[in-house]
Design a protein around this ligand. Structure first.
Ligand SMILES: Cc1cc2nc3c(=O)[nH]c(=O)nc-3n(C[C@H](O)[C@H](O)[C@H](O)COP(=O)(O)O)c2cc1C
Length: 190
């Protein structure tokens, strides 16, 4: 009887894990004023694809933000424009996230990392990515890689910060399904 119960329990868990695996599409959300952050987001998407990781690249304001609470993994790529302002195509998204009524556990299921594009010749260097990173953390999200900050003044341009960040982010992303598979194996063998 105990064996049957444990088997039913395991198959239920297995179903849940498979569902989670199915949802393990990495979301790449971007905010870009003149197209550079969008290009970076597309190249991050291609890097994920090369590693056989399902992904979707979308502008923040074109994304249904209500789905973010169920999203296991998201990479945010955004520039800073004006004097420390958000790009036009992430304004709505950012306004939503800033609402005071949002519970501080809203994004407890989310693992994320932010990559910002900016220029140290501006006083508010990478202001938007820094604020976004902080707010996601405040809402319960867990950062899986350090905040990446690109600087137009870097000798290698955006690439100078992108490659080290991408390495970290890819390692973190690859850990999620491995973790689930390891969990499944330890349960089914035990
Ligand atoms: C008009 C303008 C304003 C900018 N303001 C800032 C700023 O306040 N802080 C910053 O770090 N970078 C600033 N930048 C640099 C951009 O963030 C950087 O060039 C970035 O790569 C642009 O990405 P995008 O094309 O996706 O908007 C500014 C650039 C421009 C052209």
């Amino acid at each position: 009887m105990a064996a049957i119960q444990s088997c039913v329990h395991t198959s239920h868990q297995l179903k849940n894990w498979l569902l989670q695996l199915d949802m393990a599409e990495v979301l790449v959300l971007y905010g870009s004023q003149t197209g550079t952050a969008e290009d970076v987001a597309e190249s991050v998407g291609r890097a994920l694809t090369r590693h056989y990781i399902a992904n979707r690249v979308v502008a923040m304001d074109d994304y249904n933000i209500a789905e973010l609470v169920q999203q296991p993994l998201a990479l945010f790529i955004c520039s800073t424009t004006g004097q420390g302002e958000t790009p036009d195509n992430m304004r709505k998204f950012w306004r939503f996230l800033l609402q005071k009524r949002l519970p501080l556990t809203s994004l407890a299921a989310l693992r994320y990392s932010c990559f910002g594009l900016g220029d140290t010749s501006y006083p508010k260097f990478n202001f938007v990515a820094k604020k976004l990173h902080k707010r996601l953390q405040q809402l319960g999200g867990t950062a899986v890689a350090d905040l990446g900050l690109a600087d137009d003044q870097h000798a290698l341009g955006v690439e100078g910060a992108l490659q080290p960040w991408l390495q970290q982010a890819l390692t973190a992303v690859q850990r999620l399904p491995l973790l689930l598979i390891t969990q499944m194996q330890s349960c089914t063998s035990g």
